[in-house]
Design a protein around this ligand. Structure first.
Ligand code: ADP
Ligand code: MG
Length: 212
């Protein structure tokens, strides 16, 4: 079954809402081991995406991801701006020669996450959003090769994302601003991992509602 970008506006709305609802909690995390601007950075991006969301629904996936990536790149500051911009630009390139189905999406997403790793010179275990995005990308790739029901797939994706956030607690940050305080980051969750998980939860809820 081919996938259309028809739900993109609803997904951005849901993401904006979940980030706003968790604004204080995430900012508190970012203040503990970062500079406290992470939610602000993300909301700037989501606000910009909401302005173009209605243009996306008619486009093919490579153009959708390109527009999303360019918008994020130009509007979002901080490490997260260039990292999220990179994911989407890489997905745009990858989607040009992938099937327009769940597995094709999973392949492009995996390529996006790999590009993010290169851009951030980072990998799992360094207490960043990659501790959520990377295992989720691996899982999606695996689950979409078989015949898993969407509900079960989303449940596993959300469980994996939550585990990824929790795993950052005991890690020592070796990338990003938090790396400056090294050992003192242990015991705190990474804000970027938390918002990645929130965005996954919001996206899953929209997909479930519309395909259930
Ligand atoms: P900044 O750190 O520049 O203020 P943000 O506050 O928007 O940017 O984002 C911080 C988040 O970005 C961190 O919580 C972490 O998850 C993620 N991050 C920072 N550096 C890297 C990196 N090199 N690779 C992957 N993720 C990173
Ligand atoms: Mg910050």
């Amino acid at each position: 079954m081919s996938i259309t970008p028809i739900l993109m506006p609803e997904i951005f709305q849901a993401i904006e809402q979940i980030i706003q609802e968790n604004e204080e909690a995430v900012t508190a995390l970012d203040q503990e081991i970062g500079d406290g601007d992470h939610v602000y950075n993300l909301l700037r991006g989501v606000e910009a995406l909401r302005k173009v969301e209605s243009d996306l629904t008619e486009l093919a996936w490579p153009e959708v991801w390109k527009k999303v990536g360019m918008t994020v790149m130009s509007k979002v500051g901080g490490a997260s701006g260039s990292l999220y911009g990179t994911i989407f630009i890489a997905m745009s390139k990858s989607a040009q020669n992938k099937a327009n189905d769940k597995h094709g999406f999973a392949q492009s997403f995996r390529d996006g996450v790999e590009a993010m790793k290169k851009r951030g010179k980072s990998d799992v275990g360094e207490k960043t959003m990659l501790d959520v995005w990377s295992p989720v990308a691996d899982l999606l790739l695996e689950l979409t090769t078989g015949d898993v029901e969407l509900e079960a797939l989303l449940q596993q994706v959300n469980d994996t994302a939550e585990k990824g956030v929790e795993a950052t607690r005991d890690m020592v940050a070796t990338k990003g601003r938090a790396a400056f305080i090294g050992e003192r980051t242990r015991g705190h969750l990474d804000a970027g991992a938390k918002t990645a998980q929130l965005m996954i939860a919001a996206t899953s809820a929209v997909l479930l509602k519309n395909t259930g």
